[in-house]
Design a protein. Sequence first.
Length: 457
Amino acid sequence: MSKKITIVGAGLVGSLLSIYLAKRGYHVNVFERRPDMRKAKTMAGKSINLALSDRGWKGLEGVGIADEIRKIAIPMYGRAIHHKDGSTAYQPYGKDNQAIYSVSRAEINMRLMDLAEQQPNVEIHFSERCTTIERNKLNAHFENAESKKTSVVQSDLLFGADGAFAASRLNMQLTSDLFEYNQHYIEAGYKELIIPAGENGSFLLEKNALHIWPRGSFMMIALPNMDGNFTCTLFLPFEGEKSFANLKTPEQIKAFFETEFADAIPLMPTYIDDFIKNPTSSLVTVKCFPWTFDNKIGLIGDAAHAIVPFYGQGMNCGFEDCVVLNDLIEKHDSASNEVKNFDTVWAKILSEYKTLRKPDADAIADLAIMNFIEMRDKTADPKFLLQKKIEAGFSKKYPDKWIPLYSMVTYSPDIRYSKAFNEGQRQESIMQKVMAIPEIEKKWDTEEVENEILKYL
Ligand SMILES: Cc1cc2nc3c(=O)[nH]c(=O)nc-3n(C[C@H](O)[C@H](O)[C@H](O)COP(=O)(O)OP(=O)(O)OC[C@H]3O[C@@H](n4cnc5c(N)ncnc54)[C@H](O)[C@@H]3O)c2cc1C
């Protein structure tokens, strides 16, 4: 097959997509703005990690790389909550051995690039920044970061996988009539900090948990890395009493940590320097539509749907995009003997892709915002914890009647995000009634409560 596909962006999703397309026989050229991170020394010492869960695993399994990634993934079986008074509590994420996995963003990206380049029909071009796309000619324009040389690449199909602020999308935004675009920044930003490994690479906190310091309007989390350290992320409003705006001097930072995260200070010897040195970044939700143009250009991953990180689903959702697209290729361009017209086939694939995925991307975007409130605020609220305990107990007894929302999103790749969202809303309205039962704290595990739930189902 001589048809050429261009992908803009060799991030997590662009790299995975290139492998799926190559395995389908397409010739794929990927253009990445940054230099090759496998050669660049800039990543050294940086261990930013992500939570990988079942939807993401499914995407990796589809190209045969899941086992390799498992070797560099640390299971986190639950949340370890660090209260302000120094006490801790543990909340399992699911049943039995269900876990989400901490993986290094750079490691997983590099391994995907390796696998992509092992395909005879994939080439990745580094330091090539897409400047614009001429829609009508399907010409993508690039500028080389080192030589500043510009080039134009013509292809038969193009995917924009260049992240939340995609250059590939911008031209569509400007030239497409009826193109819907909405970007929303939440009031909080984030800063990455570090808990270094102890002696001989030992973990100074429980290794197999996602650690949360919930503090109402803000929080800190920590995820483990293979070398024994933890990447901490402080999510904090930009403005207001407790905010980045009020943490400018070492004294202010010290006082803030002493009040809010006293138990973490002994584990974070460089937190003041790190706080000053590391950037403060913003968090955005991007919703747009359509994700495809002229049946020749498609958006995927964050370029189509950037979401805030509080459900740990951005990458997982992007990997699921690849699975959905691959299924549609199977459906419309499978290896039957019938000669298929590339343009007709891809018109069908892209059309179904955007209609299928858009409600799911919107659902996980909204769930991610809702989970911010749950993580920073409710994980320390006894009433909320009781509600979760009742749900978990009921779900254990009636697994076919009740799958908790978190489990639907995280461990049930066969349940669409949009279905999980709707089901979650229904469950929440039932639980509101249950939690209103007088003295629920005393009778939460009684038959009366169980029957009340059954009544509404
Ligand atoms: C703080 C934080 C924590 C997160 N935690 C999680 C988590 O725990 N679990 C999870 O599933 N998701 C998480 N996410 C979301 C996840 O990072 C994204 O959803 C994921 O990276 C999307 O992958 P992508 O390939 O679509 O985009 P990106 O990862 O942004 O990759 C885009 C690529 O395109 C390149 N590029 C950009 N512009 C151009 C251009 N003009 N020309 C050429 N190349 C270009 C970039 O250099 C990059 O390599 C988190 C996000 C943040 C911000």
